[in-house]
Design a protein around this ligand. Structure first.
Ligand SMILES: Cc1cc2nc3c(=O)[nH]c(=O)nc-3n(C[C@H](O)[C@H](O)[C@H](O)COP(=O)(O)OP(=O)(O)OC[C@H]3O[C@@H](n4cnc5c(N)ncnc54)[C@H](O)[C@@H]3O)c2cc1C
Length: 419
């Protein structure tokens, strides 16, 4: 008899998991998927590129409805799982459906966080997470003139450039002095800001939002220093919170996310969690690289193949128009770290590798990201410094690694800042 496999959520983690599982063992499971969103799975990570006009909406389809049918998957869209009864191995949905399982996979993702400030509930204050959000923003963009995007992380900057593409005068508001301050050092951040500004984006940095002003509809933002800015659209991009309520109610161990072990198993046997809702060794992941790795490991595990998930290396890629930025691992210096830097001020290329006790622990690439994969691997392996591909990464530089630090004074004095 086939094992009953129930999957809660139909996002990127769930779909990658099912694809992997079916590629290993096409007929071993009786699969049911329940997903809250109305359409078959799509690639959420492409949503900002749709807004920027670089990817068509159709290209974001992960799997269409025919795939579920041809794969023998029972798929219920527009439906939410309300409860999990781990004693009876059964879930219940908001349509009164009851589904029994032998294995349960929770892949409920995250929800955008809204700043708990006065006016956050006004019309015109939005977040950006779903295909519906994307459609709505494209359809209604002509009704807005001035947009403020709160948050200068990867997502905030990508959405903001999408709004510029839609013709809105757009300002990124950030409480820190530098954009992408968690992934970049000051020099890379300033180079990025300069490039985005040249593409039409405005910035209000070191500004803490205190209140969204207006009557029923947003009219602007008041900052904690008392200054104001006008906006008829405010998009908050200030972080995400894992969707853990279902797991909590079911009595599973939950910290910030649903706690899983190296088998991707929760505190209850045969109940697994993957994707943004899961917390592995105290780490939450929010990009597709690690999430796909979890999905593939779980597929192998359920097919009784060797699979132990020990964590993923996180790297960040920003791709806006021709601006390419990559960062991985620890990018800021401490007293113990050593840094190799290289700058081409003409072509606006900046490369930096951070090492600790002779081993690679982090890197930034700006402008030329062709060594991104190799560097991710080096950081993951805590590789020795002599494995840095210096010929390609740091061209025209002495092979003597003590001379590798080469920061162009001319570039720094051109206003791009210092690392
Ligand atoms: C706009 C945007 C751009 C991004 N760009 C990038 C990028 O360039 N690179 C990158 O690496 N990452 C990017 N990401 C992050 C990446 O898309 C996510 O990490 C990934 O999609 C998360 O997958 P997931 O399956 O864990 O969650 P989700 O894709 O959120 O899927 C979870 C699904 O479960 C459903 N669900 C929740 N609760 C229930 C329930 N009780 N019952 C049934 N269904 C439920 C939700 O509605 C949702 O459809 C981006 C994210 C966003 C929002």
């Amino acid at each position: 008899m086939k094992a009953k496999l129930m999957v809660v959520g139909n996002g990127e983690a769930a779909t990658r998991f099912l694809e992997s599982l079916l590629s290993i063992q096409a007929k071993g499971f009786e699969i049911t998927v329940v997903g809250k969103e109305p359409q078959p799975a799509y690639k959420r990570h492409l949503l900002t590129r749709i807004l920027q006009g670089e990817v068509a909406m159709e290209d974001a389809v992960f799997q269409d409805s025919d795939w579920y049918k041809s794969s023998g998957i029972r798929y219920y869209s527009n439906e939410s799982v309300l409860t999990i009864d781990t004693d009876r191995s059964q879930v219940k949905t908001d349509r009164g459906r009851k589904v029994r399982y032998d294995h349960l996979v929770i892949a409920t993702g995250s929800s955008p966080y809204l700043l708990p400030i006065q006016g956050a509930g006004k019309k015109g204050v939005k977040t950006y997470r779903t295909l519906e959000d994307c459609r709505e923003l494209i359809q209604t963009s002509e009704t807005y003139k001035k947009a403020a995007v709160i948050g200068a992380g990867l997502l905030g900057l990508e959405v903001a450039m999408g709004l510029v593409h839609l013709g809105l005068e757009t300002t990124v508001v950030h409480h820190q002095p530098n954009v992408m301050n968690r992934q970049l050092d000051r020099l890379a951040s300033e180079m990025l800001q300069e490039a985005l500004a040249a593409n039409g984006l405005n910035f209000a940095l070191s500004k803490r939002t205190r209140e969204i002003t207006g009557d029923s509809h947003v009219k602007g933002i008041r900052f904690s220093d008392g200054s104001m800015m006008e906006a008829d659209l405010v998009l908050m991009s200030v972080g995400i919170r894992p969707n853990v309520e279902l797991a909590k109610k079911a009595g599973l161990e939950v910290h910030r996310g649903i706690v899983i072990d190296d088998d991707l198993c929760t505190s209850v046997p045969n109940v697994y969690a993957i994707g943004e809702c899961a917390e592995h060794r105290d780490v939450l992941y929010g990009t597709i690289g690690p999430i796909y790795e979890q999905a593939e490991h779980l597929a192998r595990k359920l097919c009784d193949l060797p699979a132990r998930y020990t964590g993923s290396m996180v790297s960040t890629h920003l791709n806006i128009r021709s601006i390419n930025v990559f960062s991985t691992g620890q990018v800021l210096e401490t007293e113990e770290t050593r840094t190799f830097q290289w700058i081409d001020p003409i072509r606006h290329i900046y490369k930096k590798v951070v090492t600790l006790h002779g081993h690679v622990i982090g890197a930034i690439l700006y402008g030329d990201t062709s060594d991104a994969l190799r560097l991710t691997q080096l950081v993951k392996e805590f590789a020795p410094v002599n494995e840095i591909p210096s010929n390609t990464l740091f061209p025209n530089v002495s092979r003597d690694r003590h001379n590798l630090k080469l920061v162009s004074k001319k570039f720094l004095s051109s206003g791009a800042g210092q690392p």
